[in-house]
Write a protein that binds this ligand. Structure first.
Ligand code: PNS
Length: 160
């Protein structure tokens, strides 16, 4: 089975990587799809987010990194894939995730959303928190791979 793991990945964290790693062992192929959303102020461009994902996912033979814009269900149809993966960290994630899953299902009945429970050790982690810690000069090495840490430092140096 092929699954899509969509998200902003601004930037990818160990929490995302944990989900991708576990998915890649359960499914034949995982398409990690970065939302190309020009209206949202991301720290990293779509190309940079894709580049970071590709680098940290080197060696994962059944994982593809791609981008999408517009509706996720339209992208899913284009990819001939009806199964979406989303990670669940805490109860606070549930309301938004449930809403997205139900809207997607209303739009295309065939779409299914599978939720993967985040590993306990990453349950507190989010890209926003990582960016905040990095912006205040905190150590993010236990939240993101080294290459992402470097990219964060560069962005902050550039005055993000
Ligand atoms: O990592 P994120 O920001 O939580 O990911 C959210 C994402 C990209 C999965 C979601 O915003 C999305 O699918 N956006 C595409 C637009 C869409 O299909 N909206 C309708 C479903 S709510």
């Amino acid at each position: 089975m092929i699954v899509i793991y969509p998200g902003s990945f601004d930037p990818v964290t160990y929490g995302h990587l944990d989900i991708i790693d576990r998915c890649s062992k359960k499914f034949d192929k995982v398409i990690v799809s970065v939302l190309d959303n020009k209206s949202k102020r991301n720290m990293f461009t779509t190309e940079e987010r894709v580049e970071l994902l590709k680098k940290v996912l080197e060696g994962h033979d059944n994982v593809e990194v791609d981008t999408f814009s517009g509706l996720l269900v339209d992208y899913a149809e284009k990819k001939h894939c009806t199964t979406m993966i989303r990670g669940l960290r805490a109860v606070s994630d549930f309301e938004y995730e449930m809403q997205m899953a139900l809207v997607n299902k209303k739009l295309v009945n065939d779409i299914e959303t599978f939720f993967m429970v985040a590993s306990g050790k990453y349950a507190y982690l989010s890209s926003s928190i990582v960016k905040e810690v990095a912006m205040f000069g905190g150590n993010v090495s236990c939240f993101v791979p080294e290459i992402v840490e470097k990219a964060l430092k560069e962005k902050i140096k550039e005055g993000y």
